[in-house]
Design a protein around this ligand. Sequence first.
Ligand code: NDP
Ligand code: MG
Length: 379
Amino acid sequence: MRQISVLGSTGSIGTQTLQVVRNNKDIHVAALAAGSNVDLIEQQIREFRPELAVLWEEKKAEELKLRVADLDVKVSWGMEGLIEAASIPAAETVVTAVVGMIGIRPTIAAIEAGKDIALANKETLVTAGHLIIPLAKEKGVKILPVDSEHSAIFQCLQGERGNHIDKILLTASGGPFRGWTLEQMKKVQLEDALRHPNWTMGHKITIDSSTMVNKGLEVMEAKWLFGVDIDRIQVLVQPQSVIHSAVQFDDGAVIAQLGTPDMKLPIQYALYYPERRYLPGDRLDFGKLAKITFEDPDPVNFPGLALALRAGRTGGSLPTVFNAANERAVAMFLKKEIGYLDIARIIEEAMDAHKVIAHPDLNQILQTEQETYDFIAAR
Ligand code: NDP
Ligand code: MG
């Protein structure tokens, strides 16, 4: 039986990963890791019987330990625990579904331990792609994309080895504020931003989708995953979320992957690659599908996308500043400490204030993250 480790098991991607495991019944979960959700991880431990369970907070881990004392499971906590879960000997694949840069060190540990990575945690690739991609090559491990657009691109590239990618067409739903005026955007409340038209996701990525910062992160993610220059990646708004992304080749052929919006498809594809398994759920009905429409992203209302492209083109430590500033600004917006349009403003201020390090190592990335948080706290 194949074994996996799931980092971020209680979140949107984590729970859907476990749903895929539940449907298939031929994968064993060796380790589960989450932040603080004791109730849900306890249920997951009782159902999936991992050897190791990890919570970020020590106190919560102590509580969990008492609750599962009747079971044969080790409970760990903190970064050490996450790294232990990422490198657990039994697992062949690690699903990285934690949110944010906290994923960098566990992802590196998993690759060093020779695990394939089913990668959802895009912030890790955005900030440390220049370390992770060469390391994965060196260790001979696969990075299998879970993000739906990147899974789509990956699927379009099957059988195309050696063929040059002319252009990646990275699709975006446009989020809940597509077509709004700037006046309307100024009045956006938290509740509005948490309402995504097509996907149900964790809070952070839902806000990122509404600002299109998510698409900016995805451009950088695609650059690393597929070795394509930023200028060959075109963001295309496709509001019905039917085309999950496409690749244009040198002969002009465009290959796209289509489907209903269901994250279980990319998750299952990453877990069983290259095999395709039956997945329960709705199928696209082209007879009922009235239309698929396209538009360019609006650069005025969604400045986060242009800032991401700037960070991606500059490279070095600037993507870390972009990402860390966004993580902090979104956390502040979720606590209603800042307004909606302040998110992009804070990112831009942090980027303008930063002196770029061309080839940051892991310590410099983590230091840049901390400096960005300090900069935002002091403003
Ligand atoms: P959620 O917020 O739903 O879940 C995040 C998970 O990470 C939870 O299990 C949470 O635990 C855990 N976590 C948070 N902080 C820590 C920590 N310090 N240590 C250990 N675990 C922690 O996020 P999503 O599932 O939406 O997103 C996860 C990643 O996948 C993100 O990088 C996102 O960009 C990416 N992604 C998500 C998609 C989606 O459809 N949701 C689509 C494509 C990519 P707890 O519950 O205990 O807080
Ligand atoms: Mg995506």
